[in-house]
Unconditional design. Sequence first.
Length: 87
Amino acid sequence: MNHPYTENQIDVNTYLRTFSADTAETDLIWHLDREDRVIEATHITDWQFQFDNELPISLNNVITIPKNIFHRIIKGTDDCELRIMKK
């Protein structure tokens, strides 16, 4: 499966995921995860996060994503690096 990001594992449950500014918006699809996650941007970004049936929110906040809840990332202007902690 091709992903619209690159990812490096930091420890057992923590990953750094980078989305390029060149990522096609059509590659940023609605999806759900098999485990709870906490995500946070590693730097200030204009990329956004959206839960299904909710308005987009800034990725400059810590976001908790419950498993099996549809969500997506909305593209910004620069690269975006996220720290993802899987629970």
